[in-house]
Design a protein. Structure first.
Length: 401
């Protein structure tokens, strides 16, 4: 079996030539922070140079037309309109802005899954402690979110909010967010999707997902800068007046000493201080992904990940942890009698970037699998099957010692 994906050798060579980091490392940590293409670097460098030469406010005014293109470009990425998009400092920033807008009352229920991101679970627990809400988690059946159990929980608890992570950070699982969205519309609750790992990896359409909020970052599969993310807010959210708990003068207008008016569009979720170099780098990353094609990216990433799982399964002592009928570009493994940091360091010495997830990053999932750590391998469309082979050879050599 060889991994090719839906891309030609010429295309792959072009993507690699356009990615300076490919000359230095085998980067298989795209679920952590991807290698940016030249266009992203140029966009940020050009604006930082403008700020140095003419001043920060003046540079923003000079680049305002280009900055304005951020919103329709993100709309094209996720199937939304420009007025439904907000810039954020990170995926967690965007996610928590959405959480803060939900009109929770004591006794309300948040319905989520066992496989949601650890920071999201921490936020839910914080809400229970401060506002007296309840968190209900739905588990798996045959390695996938149990949709029947999800509907049963919706009927029983009538949650104020359903929150689902599309692709968990700690496994290759792709959760059926569109199917959950149909249930949320049936039972009339707010629906928040964490697309941190799926944005830039899979085609996304918020109308098909039927979510009220969708949050994501740029540093992962979108290949953008760190410190940048975005939030989608549906027209339902905007028309119902949902807004962040603590807006500022960018998201609202001060009308009188005791009154303000929230902005009509999703920029009500933004703060005034925006790092425009990062926003322009993010715009370049979105345009690059759209030019490559999200279907091409999906096919290429899933092909490389499947090839990686197959090759890893032949190594004695290695256990591939990914479960589910729909698997994406995150490959996780555990090694018998191994130490996570030693394994990662061994690969790093060979010029291979990976990352480690510990139990506290995926407490419920790892306890169920009987492990307390996992090595995370996350290829992207610019990676090659040859790089996967080098990784496998390094792990095979370690297992033979």
């Amino acid at each position: 079996m060889r991994a090719t994906g839906e891309a030609s050798a010429k295309e792959i060579a072009h993507w690699r030539a356009d990615t300076p980091g490919c000359r230095n490392v085998i980067h298989l940590n795209n679920a952590g922070s991807s290698l940016p293409p030249q266009a992203v670097l140029r966009a940020m460098e050009d604006h930082l140079r403008l700020e140095a030469e003419m001043g920060g406010y003046e540079a923003a005014a000079y680049a305002r037309q280009r900055i304005a293109q951020f919103y329709p470009a993100l709309g094209r990425l996720v199937g939304a309109e420009a007025h439904q998009i907000a810039y954020a400092g990170s995926a967690t920033h965007a996610y928590n802005m959405a959480l803060s807008a939900i009109p929770f009352q004591s006794g309300d229920v948040i319905l989520t899954t066992d496989d949601d991101y650890s920071s999201n679970h921490i936020a839910f627990i914080a809400l229970t402690q401060r506002f007296g809400i309840q968190v209900v988690r739905v588990g798996q059946r045959e390695g996938q979110l149990d949709l029947e159990a999800m509907e049963t929980a919706l009927k029983k608890h009538r949650p104020r909010l359903v929150a689902v992570t599309h692709i968990p950070t700690n496994s290759g699982l792709i959760q059926p967010v569109a199917e959950v969205g149909k249930l949320c519309r049936t039972y009339d609750c707010w629906y928040l999707v964490d697309a941190c790992q799926s944005a830039g990896q899979l085609p996304l359409n918020v109308n098909e997902i039927q979510c009220d909020f969708l949050s994501a970052t740029f540093r992962k599969f979108l290949r953008g800068p760190r410190g940048a993310g975005f939030l989608y807010a549906s027209d339902r959210v905007l028309h119902e007046g949902l807004a962040p708990l603590l807006p500022d003068l960018h998201g609202a207008t001060w009308l009188s000493p005791d009154e303000f008016r929230i902005k009509p569009d999703a920029t009500r979720f933004e703060y005034w201080e925006i790092p425009y170099a990062l926003q322009l780098g993010s715009l370049a990353a979105v345009e690059y992904a759209l030019a490559v094609g999200l279907e091409t990216i999906r096919d290429r990433v899933q092909s490389l990940a499947a090839y990686c799982r197959t090759q890893l399964s032949h190594i004695p002592g290695i256990r591939v942890l990914d479960e589910g009928t729909a698997l994406g570009g995150i490959v996780t493994l555990w090694r018998e009698n191994g130490r996570a940091q030693r394994l990662q360091a061994h690969l790093s010495q060979g010029g291979i970037n990976t990352s480690v997830s510990m139990r506290e990053n995926a407490l419920i999932d790892f306890d169920r699998k009987g492990v307390d750590w996992a090595l995370r391998i996350s290829p992207h469309y610019y990676n090659t099957s040859g790089e996967i082979d080098i990784l496998v050879d390094k792990l095979m050599a370690l297992s033979e010692k």
